[in-house]
Design a protein around this ligand. Structure first.
Ligand SMILES: Nc1ncnc2c1ncn2[C@@H]1O[C@H](COP(=O)(O)OP(=O)(O)OP(=O)(O)O)[C@@H](O)[C@H]1O
Length: 912
């Protein structure tokens, strides 16, 4: 195994695959899972990584590709690897795994050491309420600073909010700031110098007998502002300005060059003056913000990184860091390295260096993977140059490339190769494909710029579904969140029965019952009827129904108020419980009603299937059977920031204050501006590259006729290959016949029936017991004991707030009974298995716990964790049976209720 390795490779070529192989190879070579620090970019990637490692361990020996790579990387033989399989599964499931996002890892460090900088360890992570923060900051300023701010705002014609944006961009970079005080009167003096020098040129042309009228007009100025309007001052030489050619000579050209020098000095003074004003105010803002965040007890991710960086630099050393983190990381693996920011790298650097410069005899390794072509987070500090910089500054690290694409079909790969290979200034290696066929279609859609802009998209979705593509396999990639939402509402109206998933619709505050409670609380506080009517509509109550709730809310916590309301209106579900948890952060009802709409938390169990609409940014690292890429609908916002950061590798060379025309007089500024322009163009190309490399089988592009984001690639309309169908059972194809009322969002959200003689709290507990058990069963990739133990750990992570250890022991017994049941195992044998299959039938969405298919017969299995065998369970399952029988008329269908108990498993067959 190469100890220190960087893997640079294109999309779909197996970087994440290689990371998994590397991880398992380390385990094989004796590393402990807790010593392998694995850093990913998103939470989803971190979760997927641990699941992928576990699944690979479980299926070791089945998947040839993994086994082959493991043999190559680890140096062990097939027999040796398989011999260690059960040991590896066990040690991985029992270890404290160190797979985090970089943000989470940094956050973990801060929580350990926050006492050193006077921060309480229960701080929250959320974005600043910039309106409140800036308002409070303005209030805190003394008279002089406030005057400075107002003067600066007037002088630069900048609104306060854009000044605060400047502050935030400086906080994100967290670079050292040098103050250089400049007296404002120097700027006027310098203007005078410029003018005096320019008069020499004016005099020369006025005295030149050959000067044309245009030349005379060109030197018609009497003050600085008029001179500033002249275009000849931008030229490199007077000879370049056609009206001046006849009268120009070397002597006057030298005066012109001197004039340019004076202009350059003017710009420098002017920029330094403004920068200094900003920096002074920024330093005050930074200090104020830190105290504000400390008092409010929350921080943004950028603040956390800044604080940790300072901690590691000034207050704690590496050994102490490891001591407190409870583990020494002997191995570091980093995914998506191209998106790491300089600050993040600086935080990780000592840990990486320790590995690289450590004792040769100790087993320590470093591995990072990335693709600079997929670096699209520059706006958040991502620095693609870091990939090469780390290699250059650490020659001990070897570099490898991968050139085969395992994700996409051949036609897609060929299309992407031809689109990017000839792009000027783009570092692109041709990709090989191993999968045949595939479909690519580029559609120029005039509608995108007209009224009914998404009409053709909806027709295409119709066509895809009718061609046998499961809606769950379709992803639509958009440029902005605004486009995602607009398209979502459009498609929701066109296809009321189609399940559509977006990030926004999985927000907790948008869930029906949660929304109803929020409206109820707003009604209690504001007393405005609009909230009561929202509440009525959300719960399907008649308009104008009165709001009867006489619970005394004063003295009650927000969690209690949420609980009492939900209990009173009988709408407790798992999202309400999540809201109860979260409500503890609000001190009182006033905080709640004003802050709750900003809550970003997602719903419980947000992994439901459906057609997905997401931004290209969110799609990075993911793959889908069929992808529709939608052009940018609105024009791109141009960069309005007033600061230009000029980096040399990872060191900040300069911060320029942007002033129009500066580039004509200062070469450094001009170069920095061009560099920035090229980086921004690369960003655009990279976004396109990410978008076009997500599809496995079918790629469809909708481009605008004019001003298209695809113009950079010069794509022409085309259709290559044929659509490939989905492989998974496509039950949703009956979708159109039914109209869907989204009251119950699947099994996990349904109310449980009040069993006789059981108290409310017990019901809640029983409900969570049921949810946690179902979750275990859903997460088990195989019905084996090891898979069960892994899934129980996942379930613990999710439900340990509601259940105790005894409950999980009970869950283990219950699931164990199922796994060891011979009747169940014989049903599984040779069956095609689908967990949690969504099914639309008679206006309702149903989620089947387990659906098996073999020998032309479907087997429906519904798990129950309740004690009693109830008629309504039978009714429910017979309903599922009828639904499947109606959809697949040529197949047999059998349905069973499995009552999972601690001491037995009772199986009840259900007839229609
Ligand atoms: N050596 C291999 N043999 C077989 N399949 C592979 C191999 N490497 C990767 N794959 C499969 O190809 C697909 C893409 O792999 P992976 O997600 O690791 O690519 P990636 O380089 O991380 O992509 P991206 O840069 O887009 O995130 C996955 O479905 C993966 O299982």
């Amino acid at each position: 195994m190469k100890r220190y390795l960087a893997l640079k490779a294109s999309a779909g070529s197996g970087k994440t695959f290689a990371l998994t192989v590397r991880y398992i190879s380390l385990l094989l070579k004796g590393a402990n899972a807790s010593e392998i620090l694995t850093l990913t970019f998103t939470n989803k990637a971190a979760l997927e990584m641990s699941q992928r490692i576990y699944k690979t361990l479980q299926t070791l020996g089945v998947d040839e590709a993994y086994l082959g790579e493991l043999i190559r990387v680890s140096g062990f033989s097939k027999e040796e690897i398989l011999g260690k399989k059960s040991f590896l599964i066990k040690s991985f499931s029992n270890a404290t795994i160190s797979i985090f996002t970089i943000d989470k890892f940094v956050n973990k460090i801060l929580r350990e050491f926050c006492g050193y900088i006077g921060i309480s360890d229960d701080f929250d992570i959320k974005n600043d309420d910039i309106e409140l923060l800036s308002y409070k900051f303005l209030q805190s300023l003394d008279e002089n600073s406030f005057k400075d701010l107002v003067e600066f705002s007037n002088y630069e014609r900048k609104k306060f909010n854009s000044i605060f944006e400047l502050f935030k961009s400086l906080i994100e970079k967290n670079e050292h700031i040098n103050l250089l005080e400049i007296d404002g009167s120097f700027i006027n003096l310098q203007k005078e110098n410029v003018l005096q020098q320019a008069f020499k040129i004016k005099e020369h042309f006025l005295n030149c007998a050959n000067a044309s009228n245009s030349a005379i007009k060109a030197v018609d100025f009497t003050n600085f502002e008029e001179l500033f309007e002249k275009t000849w001052i931008e030229k490199d030489s007077l000879f370049d300005y056609s009206y001046f050619k006849k009268c120009a000579n070397d002597e006057i050209n030298q005066e012109f060059l001197n004039l340019k020098e004076e202009f350059k000095n003017y710009y420098k003074l002017r920029a330094t003056y403004s920068l200094n004003k900003i920096f002074k105010l920024y330093l005050e803002f930074k200090e104020y913000k830190l105290n504000f965040n400390k008092i409010k007890n929350y921080f943004e991710f950028n603040d956390i990184s800044n604080l940790v960086y300072e901690l590691l630099n000034q207050k704690i050393n590496r050994d102490f860091l490891y001591f407190r983190l409870d583990s020494t990381y002997q191995h570091i693996l980093i995914d998506e390295f191209q998106d790491t920011s300089i600050l993040q790298y600086k935080i990780l650097k000592p840990l990486i260096e320790e590995i690289l410069s450590g004792d040769e005899t100790k087993f320590k390794t470093f591995f990072y993977v990335g693709d600079p072509k997929q670096s699209i987070y520059r706006f958040r500090g991502g620095k693609r140059e870091l990939f090469d910089y780390v290699l250059k500054t650490n020659p001990i690290i070897e570099l490898e490339h991968l050139d085969t694409n395992y994700r996409s079909c051949k036609n897609i790969i060929d299309f992407v190769n031809s689109a990017f290979f000839n792009l000027p200034n783009y570092d692109y290696q041709q990709q090989e494909s191993i999968r045949k066929d595939g479909c690519v279609e580029v559609i120029e859609d005039e509608n995108l710029q007209n009224e009914d802009k998404f009409l053709n998209i909806s027709l295409k979705i119709d066509e895809l579904i009718n061609s046998g593509i499961n809606p769950n396999d379709i992803a639509i990639l958009c440029y902005t969140n605004g486009d995602v939402l607009e398209l979502f509402y459009y498609l929701k109206e066109k296809f009321p029965n189609l399940k559509i998933k977006t990030d926004m619709t999985s927000k907790l505050i948008n869930q029906q019952n949660v929304k109803a409670v929020i409206n109820a609380i707003k009604y209690i506080y504001f007393g405005e009827d609009i909230y009561k009517e929202n509440f009525n509509a959300l719960l399907g109550r008649k308009l104008l129904t009165s709001f009867e709730f006489d619970f005394e809310i004063s003295q009650k916590s927000m969690s209690q108020i949420v609980y009492e309301l939900a209990k009173h209106f009988d709408i407790i579900d798992e999202n309400i419980v999540k809201l109860m948890d979260i409500a503890t952060i609000y001190n009182n009802i006033v905080d709640f009603v004003y802050e709750i709409d900003k809550l970003e938390t997602s719903i419980e169990n947000s992994q439901d299937n459906g057609l997905q609409i997401l931004t290209v940014f969110k799609s990075k690292g993911l793959e889908f059977h069929t992808v529709i890429v939608l052009d940018r609908i609105k024009r791109k916002n141009f960069d309005k920031s007033s600061l230009l950061f000029d980096y040399e590798n990872i060191g900040l060379k300069n911060i320029f204050y942007k002033i129009s025309g500066y580039e004509n007089f200062d070469l450094e500024y001009k170069k920095a501006q061009e560099k920035e322009k090229n980086l921004s163009l690369d960003d655009d190309k990279n976004v396109l590259y990410v978008a076009l490399t997500r599809a496995k089988n079918n790629l469809i592009i909708f481009k605008k006729a004019k001003s298209s984001a695809f113009d950079i690639l010069g794509l022409s309309v085309c259709k290559i290959g044929h659509l490939s169908q989905s492989e998974t059972l496509s039950l949703d194809r009956k979708i159109k016949k039914i109209s869907y009322t989204p009251i119950y969002l699947g099994k996990q959200e349904q109310k449980i029936v009040n069993e006789k003689g059981v108290e409310e709290d017990e019901i809640l507990k029983a409900r969570y017991f049921g949810l946690a058990t179902h979750y275990v069963l859903e997460m088990m990739s195989e019905f084996t004991i090891s898979s069960m133990l892994y899934a129980i750990n996942l379930s613990k992570a999710r439900y340990s707030n509601y259940l105790d250890d005894m409950d999980f022991i009970k869950i283990e017994k219950v699931v164990n009974n199922l796994v060891e049941n011979s009747c169940f195992q014989s049903l599984l044998e040779n069956s095609k298995i689908v967990h949690e299959q969504a099914l639309m039938y008679k206006e309702e969405l149903k989620i089947l716990d387990l659906l098996l298919f073999k020998d032309d017969c479907f087997y429906i299995i519904d798990y129950k964790t309740t004690r009693q065998i109830l008629d309504e369970h039978k009714i429910q399952v017979s309903y599922y049976k009828k639904a499947i029988s109606d959809i697949f008329t040529n197949h047999n269908v059998k349905a069973y209720l499995f009552y999972l108990k601690e001491d037995s498993l009772d199986i009840v067959e259900v007839e229609v």
